[in-house]
Write a protein that binds this ligand. Structure first.
Ligand code: NAD
Ligand code: UDX
Length: 479
């Protein structure tokens, strides 16, 4: 344990994973230094000026405890890397948007760039201690081999450096909105390493790092490839559960069955379990879809077409769910949305986050804009700039036109967003949408007034009494 006191840990990437994991670890290890390095000076400046650039419950308070003491944010590579022995790679691994594997495989350019930066740094330093490069970013199996050769090939001046490093995999399983709980009380920590002596030494170091607050039996040590694949597979399983329940939602709507009652019946079987069975407009976020598609690509590239098709079907149901709902909205509005104002309640991909990456709201908004609707959006945390950026990122080949952008308005309250609107479309399950004063919103709206509850958070009978025509996902068609 004494030895641990001297370790300097570097997190490369000051986004969700880099900032959250470093802040939690720093709070448990006041005697160690945690340096978060990012190439974006504007992100680093925001962290250092006390404006936490992302909304995650509890994060601001947690960072305040350690920043400037044992948690440091910097855009200066030399300051961050000097005397460090463990480098956690926490950069983004988005889906490739062009070239081979476009639309499916992870784009590893940021992982490659930051590993090169570490390799170049050590190319001019004679290494005394063993260093570990730890993949926390989600990457496919065997990426570690590529990173190993990338590092090794650059050690020309000090050849012995080649024998003093290892690459490990420690995938991150936090979910946004509940990330601090997930980090403090993880179901499991997975650490993959090779079997050589150096790797074993660094594996012990990483196990010790978590053991201070995670019970040892929850720390699974395994091979590097297993750890890498475990992350893709876990996200694919989660996506599969959402698609499974979502696939039953149109059947429930047609037959007058409430999908949440169905979930209770299914989830009461302890072999199935009751988590992750909430029917929705479709899973969003920066991870499930991209990692599911990366698994599809992996299976196909290994020659397993049927396996690829199986996982692709999970993706297809998600795409179907989003489209079927935007099609229904258009149809209910007499296929004519020109000059109509529509209110989107929530655009974040889930509650308790400001994050719109991959949100189902991007697809629904895009479909409604194509129909010339005017969107009045209210979200408690998501911002217009971020929403527009993520819209461009999600539809790389169909940039928003100037005309469409003019028709995206963000409002500061649900009441303002409802003014003269024809429909309230609930796309995120924010708690406040369960108890809005829907009667006051109704008064503001043009008639007939619709509610399309795509998250199952409202009481449809109460809304009907107010005078709304109501659609509730997985429960009833508009009536
Ligand atoms: P993010 O986009 O929020 O942050 C990534 C950061 O890396 C950005 O600030 C970017 O500027 C920085 N960066 C990019 N290239 C760099 C380089 N060469 N050097 C230094 N910094 C660089 O990403 P995220 O959401 O934190 O995700 C990071 C990884 O973790 C991804 O692989 C993701 O799949 C995985 N993951 C994410 C979550 C999540 O909930 N967001 C959960 C588990 C795993
Ligand atoms: C996910 C994984 O849960 C996490 O382990 C991994 O590290 C990153 O990816 P995240 O995307 O942050 O986390 O959120 P999650 O809670 O998994 O939700 C993903 C999407 O699925 C959201 O759009 C959510 O609304 C949707 N979802 C989730 C449902 O529609 N129904 C459910 O029952 C659960």
């Amino acid at each position: 344990m004494e030895e641990e006191k001297k370790t300097k840990f570097v997190f490369i990437g000051a986004g969700w994973v880099g900032s959250l994991t470093s802040a939690v670890l720093a709070s448990h290890w006041p005697e160690n230094e945690f340096h978060v390095f990012d190439i974006s000076t504007s992100i680093i400046d925001r962290w250092n000026s006390g404006q936490v650039p992302i909304y995650e419950p509890g994060l601001e308070e947690l960072v305040k405890k350690s920043i400037g003491k044992n948690l440091f944010f910097t855009a200066n590579k030399d300051i961050a890397f000097k005397n460090a022995t463990v480098f956690f790679i926490c950069v983004n691994t988005p889906t490739k948007v062009k070239g081979k594997g476009k639309g499916e495989v992870h784009d590893l350019k940021f992982v490659e760039a930051c590993t090169s930066a570490v390799a170049d740094y050590f190319a001019n330093v004679e290494m005394k201690d063993t260093i570990a490069i730890v993949e926390k970013s989600t990457v496919g199996p065997r990426t570690s081999c590529f990173l190993k050769s990338l590092f090794s090939e650059r050690q020309v001046k000090y050849k012995e450096n080649k024998n003093k490093f290892c690459v490990m995999s420690n995938p991150e399983f936090l979910a946004e909105g509940v990330a601090i709980r997930d980090l403090e009380h993880p179901d499991r920590i997975i650490i993959g390493s090779d079997a050589d002596v150096r790797s074993k030494l660094m594996l012990d170091k990483i196990v010790t790092l978590y053991s201070r607050f995670v019970p040892r039996e929850k720390i699974i040590t395994t091979s590097t490839f297993t750890a890498e694949l475990s992350k893709l597979a876990s996200n694919a399983f989660l996506a599969q559960r959402v698609s499974s329940i979502n696939s039953l939602s149109p059947i429930c709507e047609k037959l007058g069955i409430d999908v949440s009652n169905l979930s209770t019946c299914i989830g009461s079987d302890s072999r199935i379990g009751n988590k992750y069975l909430s029917a929705s407009i479709g899973f969003g976020g920066s991870c499930l879809e991209k990692d599911l598609l990366a698994l599809v690509y992996l299976a196909r590239s290994l020659g397993f077409e049927e396996v690829a098709d199986y996982w692709k079907a999970v993706y297809n149901i998600n795409a179907y769910q989003k489209r079927r709902i935007s099609d229904m909205i258009v149809q209910e509005m007499l296929n004519s949305l020109s000059f109509k104002k529509l209110t989107l309640l929530g655009v974040a991909f889930k509650k308790n986050t400001s994050d719109c990456r991959g949100s189902a709201a991007l697809t629904v908004a895009r479909d409604l804009l194509e129909e010339s609707a005017h969107l009045q959006i209210y979200d408690p945390k998501a911002t217009k700039d971020h929403f527009l950026r993520e819209m461009q990122a999600y539809f790389p080949e169909e940039p928003l036109t100037e005309e469409m952008t003019k028709h995206i308005e963000f409002m500061s309250s649900p009441l303002l967003a409802a003014k003269d609107s024809s429909a309230l479309i609930i796309l995120t399950e924010w708690d406040e949408f369960r108890s809005l004063d829907y009667a006051s919103l109704f008064e503001q709206m043009s008639k007939p007034a619709f509610v399309f509850d795509c998250r199952g958070v409202t009481d449809q009978e109460q809304l009907k009494t107010i005078g709304f025509k109501v659609y509730k996902l997985g429960v009833c068609l508009p009536q």
